[in-house]
Design a protein around this ligand. Structure first.
Ligand code: SF4
Length: 290
């Protein structure tokens, strides 16, 4: 398997075979993100990807899951994705699920029929970075999509029968806009009803464009307790009718939360209440990781 540059994958793909079908991220403009700033986006030739898959087949006895990287593999044309997925099916008949990152715009460019064909060819989950439900925050961080577009994209994924795993970032609005960020993120989760929600906490690498604003004082990071308050307000504003697996147990989080909404909503809020009363329950800054 040939890899170019640093490889990123969602936590739930930790044991997956990772194959780069793109290099970098087509958008690459989000001000908080440093993942692909050193890469110029390009789509790898399908033949090259298939050579890598054939090589992996020779060295891997059993592969349960495959993750197509980099930033937004869903940017590929459906024909190219289907060619890769078809070869995966031939080489790895034991694979249970293929996952991809997809930007909201990538999803909206696909028709329902194209998404159905991707599902039939093995795509079981699409990871989509929503980051916030607030249009003001999305604009400030240059997400390149509005809240309405993100909700439409998540619904489109779920309507096609594919699971949507949606990431949000606590602290992304800083001290100035945390309430709007929390309330509107809760509402976005309610309106889009994804299968999975992952909540990270903002951590910045010096190469992230927003880092300079933190250094200059233009952007004030939330304190750990303010992150707890923001998370509680966000969960309070969720109103979900189906099971939604909620995880806030990433290395960047100050406090670990796991549950299924809506049934665990009160427990999650009670745990946050306990954390609010005991700073010792929060992760020390030194142990947080991106
Ligand atoms: S957050 Fe996602 S869409 Fe934004 S630049 Fe980073 S990889 Fe690209």
């Amino acid at each position: 398997m040939r890899y170019e540059g640093n490889i990123f994958r969602p936590p739930s793909e930790a044991y997956s075979l990772i194959v780069q079908v793109t290099i970098g991220c087509a958008h690459n403009d989000c001000t908080f993100c440093s993942m692909f700033k050193d890469k110029v986006f390009r789509v790898r030739p399908v033949g090259e990807v298939i050579e890598d898959l054939e090589g992996a087949r020779r060295s891997c006895r059993s592969v349960r899951r495959i993750f197509l990287a980099d930033g937004d593999a869903l940017a590929l044309s459906t024909d190219k994705l289907l060619a890769i997925l078809g070869r995966i099916e031939e080489l790895f008949p034991e694979v249970e699920r293929v996952g991809v990152y997809g930007s909201p715009q990538d999803v909206l460019r696909k028709s329902p029929e194209e998404l159905a064909r991707l599902l039939a060819a093995g795509v079981g989950i699409i990871y989509i970075g929503a980051e916030s439900g607030s249009d003001a925050v999305l604009r400030d961080v240059k997400k390149g999509a509005t809240a309405a577009e993100i909700i439409e994209a998540i619904r489109k994924i779920e309507d096609a029968g594919i699971e949507a795993s949606v990431t949000f970032i606590s602290g992304l609005a800083g001290a100035a806009g945390w309430e709007d960020h929390a309330v509107m993120t809760g509402r976005m989760i309610s309106e889009s009803q994804p299968s999975y929600v992952g909540l990270l906490t903002l951590m910045l690498d010096p190469s992230a464009p927003i880092y300079a604003d933190v250094q200059s004082g233009r952007f004030k990071l939330l304190s750990p307790m303010e992150v707890i308050d923001e998370t509680a307000l966000m969960i309070e504003n969720t109103d979900i009718e189906r099971d939604c697996v909620f995880r806030s147990n990433h290395a960047s989080n100050y406090f670990s939360l796991k549950g299924t909404l809506p049934r665990d909503k009160e427990r999650l809020l009670a745990e946050l209440g306990a954390a609010r009363g005991d700073e010792g329950l929060l992760k020390d800054e030194r142990f947080r990781l991106l």
